[in-house]
Design a protein around this ligand. Structure first.
Ligand code: PLV
Length: 329
């Protein structure tokens, strides 16, 4: 029997309207006004709840009896959180590299956790197998129209907060769900002309590789420490978005992403995953400044919005370990 709470949960959004903060420190570095869209304060620690919450609510309405989600971590936490709110059991499949704090959080949400394979793509095969069971539904972490529809709410919030469009948007790309959702949102609110700087780390650069090749490319392996960006092949929709919007794809090094994570912690006192550090590196590594100097962001770039996508797979000890691994400490 479903509780009335679970019934109620089908109607309301699971995500929060997040703060849009003007960052003094990042504005100083960038030489322009930098706004931070703080998705790290979502109840699940990342933007993923927007799309995944929406997806789970829709399939719950259709009678789904068990949710299964393969994830680098954050999509899984959003699926487990949504499942708990909806009163549906969940199985989350993570690659073996998953961090302990993510596994604990998932168990705390009441989800069953399975570990399969070295990278997300392998965990995904297991999830697809499990989803063949009667009444089970696979929650795709980034490649589904309902996911993009849910993520688009972020742009509606930006429009409500800013009124006028920013000069550019900066975001990280893993499987491309955030990019596809933000692109849909920009079209919806009439901000199609706003350029998107789409950042990946080297070794998780499936979007950049696809753009270079002009078709989807499957990376042989994920070698970046930004495991949440580690989808070997980007969603076809992410590539399709480049036809309609101005999307500038950039690759940063792991050490730039981790350095940005450390500097962001010191500047704003917020700890995010290197996946999010990739987007922040656009400011800290001078990438935005270079793009502007090259005239690729329009003549007078007054402000940018960086999507602080968040992430749960980090703590102070893990950050130290990453810095040591990359020779930064
Ligand atoms: N992470 C996915 C895919 O992992 C997951 O399963 O959680 N920033 C953070 C903190 C993320 O967790 C992710 C995706 C991204 C950025 C990239 O978002 P995407 O996949 O929509 O481009 C393998």
């Amino acid at each position: 029997m479903e509780s009335s709470l679970a019934e109620h949960a089908k109607g309301e959004h699971f995500h929060t309207v997040t703060p849009l903060l003007e960052s003094w420190a990042l504005s100083q570095v960038a030489g322009m006004t930098v706004f931070l869209k703080c998705e790290n304060v979502q109840p699940t620690g990342s933007f993923k709840i927007r799309g995944i919450g929406h997806f789970c609510q829709q399939v719950a309405k259709k009678g789904c009896r068990h949710l299964v989600c393969s994830s680098g971590g954050n999509a899984g936490i959003s699926a487990a959180y949504s499942a708990r709110k909806l009163g549906i059991p969940a199985t989350i499949v993570l690659p073996e590299s998953a961090s302990l704090q993510v596994v604990r959080r998932l168990q705390g949400e009441g989800a069953e956790v399975q570990l399969a394979g070295k990278v997300w793509d392998e965990a995904n095969l297991r999830a697809q197998e499990l989803a063949k069971r009667d009444g089970w539904v696979n929650v795709p972490p980034f490649d589904h129209p309902l996911i993009w529809e849910g993520h688009a709410s972020l742009v509606r919030e930006l429009k409500a907060a800013l009124g006028t469009p920013p000069g550019a948007l900066v975001l990280a790309v893993g499987g491309g769900g955030l990019l596809a959702g933000v692109s849909a949102g920009l079209v919806e609110v009439g901000w199609k002309h706003v350029p998107i700087v789409a950042v990946e780390t080297r070794g998780a650069h499936s979007f950049n590789a696809a753009i270079e090749a002009g078709r989807l490319v499957t990376l042989p392996n994920i070698t970046s420490v930004a495991k949440s960006l580690g989808a070997k092949t980007v969603a076809a929709q992410a590539l399709a978005c480049t036809q309609e919007l101005k999307i500038i794809s950039k690759v940063v090094e792991d050490r730039e992403a981790v350095d940005a994570t450390q500097r962001f912690l010191d500047d704003e006192r917020m700890l995010v995953e290197p996946a999010c550090g990739a987007a922040l590196a656009a400011v800290y590594s001078g990438l935005l400044g270079r793009l502007q100097a090259e005239g690729r962001l329009g003549p007078s770039l007054a402000s940018v919005v960086v999507i602080v996508c968040g992430g749960n797979g980090i703590d102070s000890r893990e950050l130290q370990a990453l810095r040591a691994q990359l020779g930064q400490s």
